[in-house]
Design a protein around this ligand. Structure first.
Ligand code: NAP
Length: 438
């Protein structure tokens, strides 16, 4: 989509331009519709900002990996050589301890047989079947009380057959100390959920590490300082991360992560006395841990659109908290423009949270429509013809995909899945999707 007014600083074009996509400007949409909803989510990763992140092989964003195993067409080639070869890697590290980090770890340790009945594409299952990953470290900069992952997802990990949580004595002591803190501060934010999660983690997984095919760990109070290439000292790592040029001329795989060990300090906010809001502060202690694959899973970020008010700090379209886009904080509604979901609120919350946002925002639009009509102005649906898809096809030379078209693709995916004894087999190329519609 492109607009005619000045771009916001973070406004960038689609990060995955497709030769098959046609652009419709926001101005064009607004000419045809009384209300336009911006709900395109958060499609960028937050970077770590450390050496080696962009210059070493086998360092990737959790978002890319999640897109790959979900069959997203733009990422379906991720594990085609020479990108990433799971058959040559044995240890993965996920930076960040949210639910996305857990999703990545679960796919790596779960085992292909358990994934087969669902909708994981066959090429992904084939790559995972070759994987030699045996252990996944999930690393957080803060402690167990600040774990972003939720109880349900932790429980699922702990119950995976043949998979064990391996907890070091240091991290077990941190879990114990966190449980004592919840008991000492029963009014802390989310105390009950934290107590449940800590109880589960202290009890550990059903499978013991010694009997497990694969293991995972939650490691606390560590911030990555640098990613180091494989093949140097005894820990399997060279002394420094390659620079940009070296990364191109001598591509090397990641071999280790150097961490700063952190301590927790009270946050400066009004909730400073609540230990669950403590911040991480680096100490002078550092350590290096060998690994062969690193995932960055420290959150997502939305893209701004040219001409749409964007809050750079929060990474959201500026809005009044109810879905109306506003030009500035506390300012006037940009008539006819609405937003919802992660683009409106930031990248937090589960699917249900986003659904309820959408229901509430739809109510707001309906209310605005009724109010505008009562006032005798504003919305005038009947005077605006909807965008003519056929005319758009003619002018862009592209195929417009309708809801009915989507249903055709959906049916094919289900039929292919049924033939394979699974929920669905996804079509992972846009060309093939379009070919199904002719
Ligand atoms: P998240 O929940 O915000 O977790 C981000 C993690 O990255 C936190 O552990 C955070 O630590 C850490 N982090 C942030 N910046 C960092 C840095 N510079 N260095 C080191 N660590 C850093 O984000 P997410 O995992 O991407 O998930 C996004 C949302 O989707 C969440 O609301 C999540 O619950 C939801 N989701 C739900 C499901 C599900 O329901 N199954 C699945 C996937 C995602 P701090 O806490 O210290 O900032």
């Amino acid at each position: 989509m492109c607009g005619s007014t000045s771009p916001s600083p973070s406004a960038v074009s689609n990060p995955h331009p497709s030769s098959l996509a046609a652009s419709v400007s926001l101005d064009t949409l607004r000419q045809h519709y009384d209300a336009v909803f911006l709900t395109y989510g958060a499609s960028l990763d937050r970077p770590l900002g450390i050496p080696g992140e962009d210059t070493l092989l086998n360092v990737l964003s959790a978002r890319t990996f999640v897109s790959w195993y979900n069959g997203h067409p733009y990422h379906s080639g991720l594990l085609s050589p020479p990108s990433l070869d799971l058959s040559k890697l044995d240890h993965a590290t996920v930076i960040g301890q949210g639910n996305v980090a857990l999703d990545v770890a679960r796919i790596l340790v779960k085992g292909v047989d358990a994934l087969k009945p669902f909708d994981v594409p066959e090429p992904v299952l084939a790559a995972l079947a070759q994987s030699r990953i045996r252990h996944v470290d999930i690393v957080g900069r803060r402690g167990p009380l600040q774990l972003a992952a939720t109880t349900k997802e932790l429980r699922e990990m702990l119950n995976l057959p043949g998979v064990a949580l391996a907890t070091s004595s240091d991290d077990a002591a941190l879990l114990d100390a966190a449980a004592a803190q919840v008991d000492a501060h029963p009014a802390m934010d989310g105390a009950r959920a934290k107590k449940r999660a800590l109880g589960l983690l202290r009890a550990g997984s059903k499978t013991l590490a010694a009997d497990a095919a694969r293991t995972w760990s939650l490691r606390f109070l560590r911030s990555p300082l640098e990613l180091l290439p494989a093949g140097g000292d005894g820990a399997g790592a060279a002394a420094h991360a390659p620079g940009a040029l070296e990364g191109i001329t001598h591509p090397q795989g990641v071999g280790a992560v150097r961490y700063a060990h952190n301590e927790l300090v009270s946050s400066s906010s009004s909730s400073g006395s609540d230990p669950s809001h403590a911040s991480a502060r680096a100490t002078s202690t550092t350590s290096t841990s060998a690994t062969s694959l690193v995932f960055k899973s420290v959150g997502y970020r939305s893209i701004g659109l040219p001409g749409v008010p964007f809050d750079e700090r929060r990474g959201t379209v500026r809005n009044d908290g109810q879905g109306r886009v506003v030009a500035r904080e506390g300012g006037e509604h940009v008539s006819g423009l609405y937003t919802s979901g992660w683009l409106a609120r930031g990248p937090t919350g589960v699917v249900a949270t986003t659904m309820f946002d959408a229901f509430a925002a739809a109510d707001v639009v309906a209310g605005d429509l009724v109010a505008a009509r009562a006032a005798g102005g504003g919305f005038a649906v009947e005077e605006r013809p909807p965008l003519d898809a056929r005319a758009l096809e003619g002018s862009s030379g592209r195929r417009v995909v309708s809801w009915e078209d989507w249903e055709v693709i959906d049916r094919v995916e289900r039929e292919r899945g049924q033939a394979l004894g699974k929920l669905r087999e996804k079509v992972t190329s846009v060309d093939e999707m379009l070919a199904l519609l002719h």
